[in-house]
Design a protein around this ligand. Structure first.
Ligand code: UDP
Ligand code: MG
Length: 308
């Protein structure tokens, strides 16, 4: 019998673990050895305790877990699940039931029909806030433009990956993971399914604005160096204009007899160029920082406990 691991990153989800388990049990999947692999991402509440309660329960569904020594972030938790899976397929999903478990049989069906990656596309509705919908759409436009990838706008981290894809992803040991981008970039036979996200069953979103911005920056800087080109183009454009301005200043110095000593224009241009330089330094810094972190070769995550 083929096996499927459900990888579920969980960060402070004590109120969702049991309901998620029950919803999956209710699916009554018989043709596969199904296992729930929770990745406890340094939760501060009783998430791990709730998971351990399920491990003890013996009712056909095997439950395993990996528990991080601290919070490493959703993408890293997903990667840990992938790294530890030996199953024939992995399905990754959120712990908060926003990814409806009832879709799992459909994902499996497409896999049986030959797809190696079955990804889901979020059909946005009122369950997702206006802010999230619009910032996400803007982000994907920008990212696709910069990286040349074609990441679907509503792509979620709810997907099935065949063993072959898992083997491929295990080779990627980069920091600042952006798994959606990787999955799009590595090829393989893909199929997609649309779904309507449900409301979070319990608790609040763990993606703060800060985490979302960092996630977006990771997405862009790990798939594209175009921002560095922008810096160069912008610099060139500015030097062109300032050269022109210099010539203009010399001409009016010789041709006009009432040259106003224009401190305002000097100040504006100095401030403007200063600002642009800071932006360019910032862009350089983003990449340099990534290089620095990567060059240290530190592990992506640390496990404090596991039962695999
Ligand atoms: N999550 C995680 N580590 C984090 C943040 C989130 O493992 O640092 C998990 C979280 O428990 C959930 C999934 O990632 O299972 C998606 O997070 P969330 O539902 O908070 O994000 P949203 O659906 O609001 O985008
Ligand atoms: Mg959620």
């Amino acid at each position: 019998m083929k096996s499927i691991d459900l990888v579920i990153p969980s960060f402070n989800e004590e109120g969702n673990i049991k309901s998620l388990f029950e919803r999956i049990v209710n699916l009554n999947i018989k043709n596969y050895k199904l296992r729930l692999l929770f990745v406890d991402d340094g939760s501060k509440d009783d998430t791990l305790f709730e998971i351990k309660k399920l491990v003890k329960k013996k009712n056909g569904l095997k439950v395993s877990y990996i528990s991080f020594s601290r919070n490493f972030g959703h993408q890293v938790a997903l990667k840990a699940g992938i790294d530890h899976s030996k199953a024939d397929a992995v399905i990754s999903m959120d712990a908060d039931l926003q990814h409806p478990p009832e879709l799992i049989p459909k994902l499996i069906k497409k896999w049986e029909d030959g797809a190696e990656i079955v990804y889901t596309i979020r059909k946005d509705d009122e369950n997702v806030s206006w802010f999230k919908r619009n910032t996400a759409s803007l982000f994907y436009h920008l990212l696709n433009y910069l990286s040349g990838l074609q990441i679907s706008h509503g792509a979620a981290d709810f997907r099935l990956l065949d063993k072959k894809v898992i083997q491929a992803l295990k080779l990627y040991n980069e920091k600042n993971l952006f798994i959606r981008g990787l999955v799009t970039a590595i090829g393989f036979k893909k199929e997609s399914i649309e779904y309507t996200p449900e409301l979070r069953v319990w608790g609040v979103s763990k993606y703060s604005i800060k985490k979302m911005i960092l996630f977006a920056l990771d997405g862009i800087t790990s798939f594209s160096v175009k921002p560095l080109h922008f810096a160069t183009y912008f610099g060139l454009l500015l030097s062109f204009f300032s050269g022109g301005y210099g010539i203009y200043a010399i001409i009016i110095f010789f041709t006009s007899d009432s040259v106003v000593t224009g401190w305002a224009s000097v100040l504006t241009s100095v401030l403007f160029i200063g600002g642009v330089q800071l932006i360019i330094l910032g862009i350089l810094g983003e990449y340099l920082g990534k290089l620095f972190i990567q060059s240290k070769g530190r592990p992506n995550y640390l496990i404090s406990e596991k039962d695999i």
